[in-house]
Design a protein around this ligand. Structure first.
Ligand code: FAD
Length: 435
C-alpha cells in the first residue's frame, strides 16, 4: 500500500470558494506544504460566472488565465505560479470518490489517499440533467449543460460548428437567460422553453420578468412558456435534430442547452456530517457538526443572521465570503481567538446583452415596481422593492450605477420602514439614495 499524502488543511473542490479560501490562508499566514486544494478540474480556481458570459462571446472571448480568482471582485489574479510560490499544493484532475470523516482521509479515483487535520468541503453544485428523469433521447450529441470550463469549451465548439444554426434553450433561469443572450450574439436562432408563467420566477416578479422577456424578444429570442421538453430526436450521427414539447409542438435544433438547476454535491459525506435544507449544516463560522470539518459556498446551509434562519445560497458573492469566513475562523481557533459571526446580506447579479441587474436582501412580501421598465426605451432603468411587515427587505435594480447599487444594498441591510407604498413607487430610486 502507498502512504497517504498528509496536509494540515485540505480544501476539497477547486472552484470559487477554494480560490478565495487559499488567498485568505496566505493572508493569515501559511507554511509551505500545509495546504492542498484537490479538484477534479484541470485548472486552478477561476471565476465561474464568466463561463455563461464573456467565455462564449463571438469576439475576443474570455479565456484562462484571464479570469482566475480573485479578479471577479477586483483582487489580484491567482495564477498557478502564485500557489507554487506560497507552497500551496494544487492537486488537479483528481476526483475524490470516497471520504472517511472518522479517519480524516479522502480517496481519489486513482486510489491515492489524502489525510488532513482540517477539511474544507467546497464541492459546489452539479447540474440536474434531463437524463436523470429519463427524458427520451436526452443523451443525443449537442445537448449541453454548463458548470465547468470543459462544458463551456464543448458548447463553444458547437457554436462554431453550427454557424447560423438553431438552438433551443431549456430553462428560464440564470443559465437559460445568459446563454440565450450569448447564443444570439453568435447569430444563432434561439428559442427558450420553460414551464413557468415568466422567467426567473424564483426571484423576478411578473413586472420585472415582463421587461426581460420583451427585451429578449426584441433581440430576436423566441420564448415559449408554459410547457416543457419531453423528448429529443437525433440524426443518423446521433446529433440532436428536434425537441419535442409537452404541448405537442416540435422545434428544430442543432444545439440544445439545458439549464434546469443544480444540486449541491454532498453525496460523499452522506451520514457523516449533519445536513439541513439540502446542504451541509454549519454554524456562523462554516464549521459542521464535526469539529475539524468545514463547508463553504454552494454546499453550506448556514445561519443567515439578518433573517434569523438557516439558508443555503448558490451565488458567487457568498462563495467568496463564506470561504474567507471559514479560513478566518480556522486561523483564529489556532490562536485561541474568536471571529465575528457571519452576517451576510444576500447579493445576486446577472448580465446579458447590454443589461446588468443587482439584487440585495430577501424577496418576500409585497412588491413595488418603480422606474422605466419599457423594453423599447433607449435607456431603461427600473427596480423593485420587497416590503414585509412595513419594512423594505429587498431591492432589485436594472442598469444601476455603482452608487445606485450601493444605495439599494444599504436599503436591504437597513430595512427602513415604509409609510406609503404609492409614495415609495413615486420616489423609486431616490428613496434608496436618502437612506
Ligand atoms: P464551485 O465554484 O462550483 O466549485 C466546486 C469545485 O469542486 C469544482 O472545481 C468541482 O470540480 C470540484 N469538485 C466537486 N466534487 C469534487 C470531487 N468529488 N473531487 C474533486 N473535486 C470536486 N453566481 C452569481 O452570483 N452570479 C452569476 O452571474 C453567476 N453565474 C454563473 C454562471 C455559471 C455558468 C455557473 C455554473 C454558476 C454561476 N453562478 C453565478 C453561481 C456561482 O458560480 C457559484 O455559486 C459558485 O461557483 C459556488 O462556488 P463553490 O466554490 O461553492 O463551487
Amino acid at each position: 500500500t502507498t502512504m497517504a499524502k498528509t496536509f494540515k488543511h485540505i480544501i476539497l473542490g477547486g472552484g470559487v470558494s477554494a480560490g478565495y479560501a487559499a488567498r485568505e490562508f496566505a493572508k493569515q499566514g501559511l507554511k509551505p506544504g500545509e495546504l492542498a486544494i484537490i479538484s477534479k478540474e484541470a485548472v486552478a480556481p477561476y471565476e465561474r460566472p464568466a463561463l455563461s458570459k464573456a467565455y462564449l462571446f463571438p469576439e475576443s472571448p474570455a479565456r484562462l488565465p484571464g479570469f482566475h480568482v480573485c479578479v471577479g471582485s477586483g483582487g489580484e489574479r491567482l495564477l498557478p505560479e502564485w500557489y507554487q510560490e506560497k507552497g500551496i499544493e494544487l492537486i488537479l484532475s483528481t476526483e475524490i470518490v470516497k471520504a472517511d470523516i472518522a479517519a480524516k482521509s479522502l480517496i481519489s479515483a486513482g486510489g491515492e489517499t489524502f489525510s488532513y487535520e482540517n477539511l474544507i468541503i467546497a464541492t459546489g453544485s452539479t447540474v440536474i440533467r434531463l437524463t436523470d428523469f429519463g427524458v427520451e433521447g436526452a443523451d443525443a450529441k449537442n445537448i449541453f449543460y454548463l458548470r465547468e470550463v470543459d462544458d463551456a469549451d464543448k458548447l463553444y465548439e458547437a457554436i462554431k460548428a453550427k454557424k447560423n444554426g438553431k438552438a433551443v434553450v431549456v430553462g428560464g433561469g440564470y443559465i437559460g437567460l445568459e446563454l440565450s443572450a450569448v447564443l444570439r450574439l453568435n447569430n444563432i436562432d434561439v428559442t427558450m422553453v420553460y414551464p413557468e408563467p415568466w422567467c426567473m420566477p424564483r426571484l423576478f416578479t411578473s413586472g420585472i420578468a415582463a421587461f426581460y422577456e420583451g427585451y429578449y424578444a426584441n433581440k430576436g429570442v423566441n420564448i415559449i412558456k408554459g410547457t416543457v421538453a419531453v423528448g429529443f430526436t437525433a440524426n443518423s450521427d446521433g446529433e440532436v435534430k428536434e425537441v419535442k414539447l409537452k404541448d405537442g409542438r416540435v422545434l428544430e435544433a442543432d444545439i440544445v442547452v439545458v439549464g434546469v438547476g443544480g444540486r449541491p454535491q454532498i453525496s460523499l459525506f452522506k451520514g457523516q456530517v449533519e445536513e439541513d435544507k439540502g446542504g451541509i449544516k454549519t454554524d456562523s463560522f462554516f464549521k459542521t457538526n464535526v469539529s475539524n470539518v468545514y463547508a463553504v459556498g454552494d454546499v453550506a446551509t448556514f445561519p443567515l443572521k439578518l433573517y434569523g434562519e438557516l439558508r443555503r445560497v448558490e451565488h458567487v458573492d457568498h462563495a467568496r465570503k463564506s470561504a474567507e469566513q471559514a479560513v478566518k475562523a480556522i486561523k483564529a481557533a489556532e490562536d485561541g481567538k474568536a471571529v465575528e459571526e457571519y452576517d451576510y446580506l444576500p447579493y445576486f447579479y446577472s448580465r446579458s446583452f447590454d443589461l446588468s441587474w443587482q439584487f440585495y436582501g430577501d424577496n418576500v412580501g409585497d412588491t413595488v415596481l418603480f422606474g422605466d421598465n419599457n423594453p423599447e426605451s433607449p435607456k431603461p432603468k427600473f427596480g423593485t422593492y420587497w416590503i414585509k411587515d412595513g419594512k423594505v427587505v429587498g431591492a432589485f435594480l436594472e442598469s444601476g450605477t455603482p452608487e445606485e447599487n450601493k444605495a439599494i444594498a444599504k436599503v436591504a441591510r437597513v430595512q427602513p420602514p415604509v409609510q406609503d407604498v404609492d409614495q415609495l413607487a413615486k420616489e423609486g430610486l431616490s428613496f434608496a439614495s436618502k437612506i
